[in-house]
Design a protein around this ligand. Structure first.
Ligand SMILES: Cc1ncc(COP(=O)(O)O)c(C=O)c1O
Length: 426
């Protein structure tokens, strides 16, 4: 057994971490326990998980109800092949989830995480047309988009630092500028021209908030108009609710904010309360029906070894049960009120823009390099860690999206530290 004291060194010897430049970044912090909003390192230092551990954890760490559901499931049925076989928890999850989805959503496809949920959505959209001998092959996305790190998901994402070495392998995608109140009229005109070609299979959108682009937010009116325009031209609408789902934007899903049309919805992250990996791609009956044929090759020939994992399904069912308790949305509303008050106090010179939606609060700072590799990022990251807060900025954007169980005292502590950090910037 490793002793805790040399775990950091062992990690450096054996482990390759994501989104990490090992040549310059120090050893990772070894976390031995997580409870509620706190992470505890090997020296018992506590950190408030202000970004919900990559935006997944919504009910706090070590939630006993989810843990019990997983344990009970594990004793009964752990994992089985999901082709030709099914199991009660996958069925329960699908039936219960569809009640939260727009009425046209009728079928749930299982995968492993956000990227695979998007990958499946893209394949569904392309094959939907291909199965009907229709040559719609183009796809529309928004500049700044992030939909994951697999090749399809990268193709429909913003090209840049994240994916440069792979760019020549990507399929062609048309991108619309990021919508603002000034340009949305033009963007809708551009989209309509594109849709009129009848070459577009789908449009993919992070509804209302672009996460990785720096928690950039756009209006519900644009989302309503572009999705309904797509519907008019039979262009499939893929909503990537991987980050925005599960109460993050103040409603259960971002599509609940308005009359937003969708044909395919991607879910992950908070789906299991952020405890186990699971991705879902939810589709309409019409899409499902386009795969039905005597010809077996018209099926969606896609799957993963762990598709429909019963433990993840049990966690997701437990998550749905937790959402039946009004306390979850009371907490979300309370966090919003706290954010709102704090937002009003952010009148510093270096604050370029403050954005807020639901439990997400993002503060964009001015810097000589205003992108993902802004030096402010490292400065802020280490400042917050030293003060017992795990807050991972996106370049020059500091943001918090905590688990909903965070109390006002810990929120205030985060706010105070953000104020200290910004007010000490030159
Ligand atoms: C909007 C969105 N889509 C897709 C993904 C990819 O999810 P995963 O990291 O689980 O593959 C993310 C991850 O941050 C995301 O924010």
């Amino acid at each position: 057994m490793s002793s805790l004291s040399n775990l950091g060194e062992k990690d450096a010897s054996f482990v390759w971490h994501p989104f990490t430049q090992a040549a310059v970044e120090g050893s990772p912090i070894v976390i031995k326990k997580a409870e509620g909003v706190f992470l505890y390192d090997e020296n018992d230092r506590q950190y408030i998980d202000a970004n919900s551990s990559w935006w997944v954890n919504i009910h706090g760490h070590g939630n006993a109800f989810i843990a019990d559901a997983i344990y009970e499931q594990c004793k009964t049925l752990d994992h089985i092949i999901f082709a030709g076989f099914t199991h009660p928890k996958a069925i329960e999850l699908s039936e219960r989830l569809l009640k939260w989805m727009p009425t046209q959503m009728q079928k749930v496809f299982f995968s492993d995480d956000g990227s695979t949920a998007v990958e499946v959505a893209l394949k569904m959209a392309f094959q939907f047309w291909d199965n009907q001998q229709n040559s719609r092959k183009r796809i529309l996305a928004l500049e700044g988009a992030y939909h994951g790190d697999t090749f399809g998901a990268m193709s429909v994402g913003q090209r840049g630092y994240f994916n440069k070495p792979f760019e020549h392998f990507f399929f062609d995608v048309d991108f619309l500028e990021f919508p603002t109140t000034d340009n949305q009229h033009i963007l809708l005109e551009q989209a309509e021209k594109l849709f009129q070609t009848h070459e577009f299979s789908a449009i993919i959108l992070e509804p209302l908030v672009q996460g990785s682009a720096g928690m950039r937010m756009y209006g519900v009116d644009f989302l309503e108009q572009i999705t309904n325009l797509a519907k008019k031209y039979q262009v499939l609408v893929i909503l990537d609710e991987i980050m925005t789902g599960w109460g993050r934007t103040g409603e259960m899903f971002a599509f609940n904010h308005g009359a937003i049309h969708s044909d395919i919805i991607c879910l992950s992250k908070g789906l299991t309360g952020g405890v186990l990996p699971l991705g879902l791609t939810v589709a309409t009956q019409e899409i499902f029906d386009a795969f039905l044929s005597e010809d077996k090759s018209k099926a969606l020939l896609h799957g993963h070894s762990f598709t429909g994992n019963a433990l993840a399904c049990a966690a997701a069912c437990a998550n749905l049960t937790l959402f039946e308790n009004p306390e979850v949305f009371e907490n979300i509303a309370r966090i919003q009120r706290q954010h709102m008050q704090f937002k009003a106090s952010l009148t510093y010179k270096r604050v370029k823009e403050v954005r807020m939606m639901g439990t997400i609060l993002a503060i964009e700072l001015t810097d000589s390099q205003e992108d993902y590799f802004s030096s402010l990022r490292d400065e802020a990251y280490h400042f917050f860690l030293e003060n017992g807060i795990l807050l991972r900025p996106l370049g020059n954007v500091i943001f918090i999206n905590p688990p909903y169980v965070i109390d006002n005292e810990n929120l205030t502590y985060i706010y105070e530290n953000i104020r200290n950090f910004i007010s000490n910037l030159k």
